[in-house]
Ligand binder design. Structure first.
Ligand code: BV8
Ligand code: ZN
Length: 251
């Protein structure tokens, strides 16, 4: 890291060391170093279709088998991925904060696996499936082995328990995210391209009521415009340094 990076890291650590109520928003970038393809990087494609086209109710209506092939591939891909130092740094930060919310757009379950407790899974999770007609839910590992798994209760189609484009976010997740946005002194935004709504507005909302904003990404994003400090580097390298430096400032 050159001096400006060091200066920015020190500035961000200062902000973090003074915040006792911390909200974090993460995107696919924090799991990239665990080997999980990001949405808009080269991994965001499946047999020529973009993840964005497949992650919709229309795609599921049109081609349920193809959509389930896409999701079974991603579910299988999670079997051998583990949290990285970035996930672990956020679990460490939670243990040092009075109030802490971890809002994630990711559906890979890696924050829970890293030991984070107050995790708000805004877009659902790949490790569960649900019936599209009744309240039946199951672990993805228990899915019936059919091209389009059928609900054992009512016979309708099962679908991944994720939020597709064009679908509303779960009320409870949204309410918890709004609580975080309303109460945090700092919002730390990690590894998101800042494109998907409503998550990409959270930093702006938090800032408009006086919170500080720190961003960690490989490159600048629309969120950089509202950030007090943007730290450019891999989350698995930057986050451990940021959390350690702020803990030393606080000591
Ligand atoms: C909603 C689950 C109300 C599924 C996901 C027109 C019609 C209908 C809707 C809309 C519309 N126009 C706008 C909308 C709203 C839409 C939206 O925002 N569309 C965008 C694309 C324009 N949003 C919705 O539909 C949401 N619902 O708004 O409800 C409503 C209802 C009806 C109609 C209107 C509104 C629901 C959105 C949820 C979609 N589901 N995932 C699945 O996973 O299969 S979103 C999907 O994208 C993932 O969850 C992913 O996390 C998320 C966001 O992407 P990112 O996380 O940012 O990932 P990305 O690859 O883009 O970027 C990675 C970043 O990491 C990059 O910046 C990169 O530089 C950085 N990076 C990479 N490596 C590292 C790194 N950083 C640090 N370290 C590294 N090592
Ligand atoms: Zn059912």
């Amino acid at each position: 890291m050159d001096t400006t990076d060091e200066q920015r890291l020190r500035e961000a650590a200062q902000i973090l060391s003074h915040a006792t109520q911390v909200a974090v928003l993460t995107g696919a970038g924090i799991s990239a170093e665990s080997g999980v393809p990001t949405f808009r990087g080269e991994g965001g494609f499946w047999r020529g279709q973009s993840a964005m086209e497949l992650a919709t109710p229309e795609a599921f209506r049109r081609d349920p088998e193809g959509v389930w092939e896409f999701y079974r591939f991603r579910i299988a891909g999670l079997e051998d991925v583990v949290p990285n130092d970035g996930h672990r740094a956020l679990a460490d930060l939670e243990s040092r904060s009075d109030r802490f919310w971890l809002i994630t757009q990711n559906v890979d379950g890696l924050h829970r696996a890293a030991g984070s407790r107050n995790v708000i899974e805004l877009h659902g999770t790949l490790d569960r499936a649900r019936c599209q007609a009744c309240s039946y839910r199951c672990a993805s590992a228990e899915l019936p082995d059919q091209p389009v798994p059928a609900c054992p209760t009512c016979g309708n189609r099962l679908r991944p328990a994720v939020v597709w484009f064009g679908e509303s976010l779960p009320d409870e997740a949204l309410a918890r995210a709004e609580e975080a946005i309303g109460a945090c002194e700092l919002m730390l935004v990690v590894g998101t391209s800042g494109v998907v709504q409503p998550a990409s507005s959270f930093a702006r909302w938090a800032r408009s009521r006086g919170a500080r904003v720190v961003e960690v990404n490989l490159e600048s994003t629309p969120i950089s415009d509202v950030a007090d400090v943007s730290l450019f580097g891999p989350a698995g390298v930057v986050l451990p340094r940021l959390v350690d430096m702020s803990a030393r400032d606080r000591a």
